[in-house]
Design a protein around this ligand. Sequence first.
Ligand code: F6R
Length: 260
Amino acid sequence: MEVVIAPADELARLAADAVERLVRTKPDAVLGLATGSSPLKVYDELARRHAEDGLSFAGARAFMLDEYVGLPAEHPERYRNVIEKEIASRVDFAPGAVQGPDGLAEDLPTACAAYERAIVDAGGVDLQILGIGTDGHIAFNEPGSSLASRTRIKTLTQQTREDNARFFDDDIDKVPHHCLTQGLATIMSARHLVLLATGKGKAEAVHQLAEGAVSALWPATIMQMHPHATVLVDDAAASRLQLAGYYRQTFASKPGWQGL
Ligand code: F6R
C-alpha cells in the first residue's frame, strides 16, 4: 500500500493524473466512481482536463460504488443524480456508460446480482476511486461487513447517517437506513484502488486502514491485501499515522516518472 501525504489540491491532481494516464493508454477503461465529498476535487480536475486538455471519456465506462435504497428517482441526493452532476455530465461519457446499483428495484437481491455481473461483463474495474467513512467503511461496507462480500443490501450505521445528514438539510431522519453497495470482494477485484481522505475526522479510520489489523471492524483494512492500493491523505487525515515520516520520505524519493 502506498500512502501519500499532501495538501488536498495536490492529492486531487495525483488522483486525476492516475485516471488520465489510464484513460489515455486504455480509452475503453472501466472506472469506479465514489460519491461523497472526498472525490469532488478529483472530479473538478477531470472536468477541467476534459474542457481544456481534451481528456476524453468517450470510450470509457464507469460503475458507481453504492446507492441509497428508496430515494425517489429525481431526489438530488440519489447517488445516480449526484454522480451525474459532479462528473458524468461534465465530461463525455457515452449515454449509458455510467452505471450504478438500482436502489429503486422491486427485487433488490436480483438487482445486486445483476450489478455484479455487469461489472464482470465489462472486464472489471481498472481504477476504483474511494473515500472512507469515519467508521472505516469503504463504499457502504459498514463495520462487521464480510471481507468476502459482494454487492448487496446493507443497513447504514447511526454514525454514517449522522455524517451524511449534512447532505439532507442536517436532518438525520431524512437519511435512508438502507443502501445497495459493492462488497469488499467486489472492490478488491478492481485493479487499482485510489482512496482519498482529508480532515481530522478521518484520522483514526486512516490509521486503522493503513496500520491496523485486518478486521471486519474496520472494513477498509482489507485494502492492505490489495496488490495496488494508493491512499491519498492530507496532513489532518494523516495525523494519527505511526509511519507518517516513512510515507513522506518514500514519496519524496519516488522517481518523477513513476505514477501512483
Ligand atoms: C460513497 C461512498 C462512501 C464515502 C464515505 C466518505 O459512494 O462509497 O464510502 O466515500 O462515506 O464520504 P465523504 O467523502 O463524504 O467523507
